[in-house]
Design a protein around this ligand. Structure first.
Ligand code: 5GP
Length: 178
């Protein structure tokens, strides 16, 4: 399927599933080297990262645990700005080697928020693995250890990514048709 329509928008195939497989192979290989003889605690950011996380997790050779979190979309008042609460962290990450698994880092604001929250639990190490990265949009300066692929500023769906809740089930990634 080369094109996919959701509501008013048309998307065309952009990153095929075999390239996504190559990407998860590359990241898992590097993690297996970097964390040899260490136990990894993966923290997956829902909803978007679930498919990437499951493909990646299967390729991890050492001891590893996985846990899923969500950032609520609750917005605070004008003085507190956008307050987002971390939901679902039921593992003790103190002194653990933690890798956050995210679908995409765009401006970097979401991840910065998450980094602050998770580091307050005092993990031993805290790194990021993101499937997609938009370097031209990124406004922050924290390091991102594992990046699957840099993309331009385009809106993508498929392989976990959605538009209004749809499109997550597609095995390839699609971009909006211009
Ligand atoms: P940031 O805070 O880095 O600007 O935004 C990160 C979040 O925005 C991602 O976790 C994702 O939910 C959403 N996002 C950013 N770019 C895209 C995109 O191209 N497609 C989809 N479906 N979501 C995106």
């Amino acid at each position: 399927m080369e094109e996919y329509k959701i509501k008013d928008r048309v998307f065309c195939k952009y990153i095929p599933s075999d390239e996504l497989e190559t990407i998860t192979n590359k990241i898992s290989k590097q993690i297996n080297i970097d964390y040899k003889d260490k136990e990894i605690m993966f923290i997956v950011v829902l909803n978007g990262a679930f498919m990437f996380a499951s493909d990646l997790f299967k390729k991890i050779e050492g001891k590893a645990k996985i846990s899923f979190v969500k950032l609520s979309s609750y917005s605070g008042n004008q003085t507190t700005g956008k307050v987002r609460e971390l939901i679902g962290l039921n593992e003790d990450i103190k002194d653990k080697d933690v890798i956050i698994v995210e679908d995409i880092i765009d401006t970097g604001i979401t991840m910065e928020n998450l980094l602050k929250k998770l580091s307050s639990y005092k993990p031993k190490t805290l790194e990021i693995a993101t499937l997609m990265f938009k370097p031209h949009r990124f406004m922050k300066d924290y390091p991102i250890k594992y990046i699957g692929k840099d993309i331009e500023d385009e809106f993508i769906i498929g392989y976990g990514f959605d538009y209004d809740g749809y499109g997550r089930n597609l095995k390839d990634i699609y971009q909006e048709k211009k």
